[in-house]
Design a protein around this ligand. Structure first.
Ligand code: FMN
Length: 403
């Protein structure tokens, strides 16, 4: 083990400003553990863990020179880096605190070197000390890796701007999910139908499926003059008023869960959505008219609202949008009126009344007569009936099984 001291130089930067600025760079969180004869298992939390070299395998972390725990750790021959999972925030807080028995009630097993691998961590890296270099008020500890393994390929705990969090993919494109793959297979039963409807009406006709807390575009046929706002895989959170065809025939628990996703809904707003849901169930379709906002605006606002990274600004935007749009959902259609249709969504009743997919018509000609709109709805319902009939016939397992 070598110890060197680099020269100190450079401009003085105000420590608070330094910390605050560097806090904008996110880090993972690791518990460095060891066992000493005198103290038994010991450990400290670091955000400064990093991999350094593949050949030879080296990693590093930077303890404060004043850290009492590091003084104990360096007395051991080896240490283990425990990558904490997003569920281990409490453990992290305990290990970062002074004056507590950090290992009380914590399960662990010995890594090959004997250093503790804590229960339920994401991964561990077992090391011996390669070098300890002084770097200002910290040390740079270089560890030579003896063994590594992934315990649980779960989300790691992250530290950012002084707070804990987890990694998320706020993408509008759905990832591979067994439910999604199943829905894509079901959508194939509707392919010729959506193409026929799109051709006949010069519009866009798609298949949507509920996947988790979203509904996803799983098939799309567009014959409209204007390009589609959506693409395959585009997913839209099931937040009122969106996704009502998937909710309207479910029980009160699912309906309440859907309603609870409206931000700070007052009783009147809730009552509006309950009435609209009832309308969708009675009529067998959900219909909305065009407002001042595009699909994209509504979908992205709903996505940002549902995101774990929601900011107050997202909440305000979504609340404003749904308030402005509420009256555009489930209106009466009078054959003599003129309407600017936004979309019609018709559920495909699967076996036992379960709605696994729905057909959606959009991008229809502007300023249409009520008579035309009612005919389009009938056409879409007819297509949905054809698909429902196909789904009611038991399918060869090869078509529906998940790979
Ligand atoms: C998220 C997080 C990251 C931390 N990263 C480091 C680090 O990289 N180096 C360090 O010395 N201390 C770090 N600390 C502080 C130590 O975990 C611990 O609080 C400190 O070492 C306690 O002092 P002691 O070792 O004298 O008991 C971090 C704490 C937290 C909560």
């Amino acid at each position: 083990m070598t110890e060197t001291t680099p020269e100190t130089s450079g401009p003085v930067i105000e420590p608070r400003h330094f910390r605050e600025t560097l806090g904008h760079y996110p880090t993972g969180v690791a518990a460095i553990t060891a066992v000493t004869e005198e103290h038994g298992p010991i450990g400290m939390i670091v955000g400064s863990f990093t991999s350094v070299s593949l050949n030879p395998p080296l990693v590093a972390f930077m303890p404060q020179k004043t850290s009492g725990t590091f003084e104990l750790l360096r007395a051991a021959d080896s240490f283990c880096v425990n990558v904490l999972s997003a569920d281990q925030e409490q453990l992290c807080r305990r290990f970062a605190a002074g004056g507590v028995d950090k290992f009380a009630g914590i399960g662990w097993q010995a890594a090959p070197s004997g250093a503790p691998v804590l229960d339920d961590v994401v991964a561990w890296i077992d090391c011996t000390y390669e070098s300890i270099v002084e770097a200002g008020d910290h040390y740079i500890v270089l560890g030579r890796v003896g063994a590594v393994d992934v315990v649980k390929p779960a989300l790691p705990l992250l530290f950012f701007q002084g707070g804990y969090g987890r990694f998320s993919l706020p993408s509008l494109v759905a990832g591979a999910d067994p439910d999604l793959i199943h829905s894509i297979r079901l959508a194939e039963f509707a392919r010729d139908q959506i193409e026929a409807v799109a051709d006949e009406l010069g519009a866009e006709c798609s298949v949507m499926a509920p996947v988790g807390e979203d509904s996803v575009f799983v098939a799309l046929a567009s014959r409209a003059a204007v390009p589609s706002n959506v693409s395959l895989g585009f997913h839209v959170p099931l937040v009122p008023p969106l996704g009502s065809v998937f909710i309207s025939n479910l029980g009160s628990v699912a309906i309440n869960a859907w309603l609870s996703r409206i931000p700070q809904a007052d009783e009147e707003t809730q009552a509006t959505y309950v009435a609209q849901l009832e309308r969708v169930r009675e009529r067998g379709y959900s219909l909305s008219l065009r407002g001042p906002h595009s699909d994209w605006e509504m979908f992205t606002a709903a996505r940002d609202y549902s995101s774990p990274d929601r900011l107050p600004e997202h909440e305000r935007r979504f609340r404003t949008l749904i308030r402005e749009q509420a009256h555009l959902y489930e209106p009466d259609i009078n054959p003599d009126g003129t309407y600017d249709l936004h979309s019609v969504v018709v559920p495909v009743q699967g076996p036992m009344g379960i709605v696994q997919i729905a057909l959606r018509l959009a991008n229809t000609p502007r300023q249409a007569s009520g008579h035309d709109v009612l005919q389009w709805i009938e056409r879409l319902q007819e297509a949905a009936r054809v698909v429902a009939e196909r789904l009611s016939v038991p399918q060869p397992t090869a078509l529906l099984a998940d790979a």
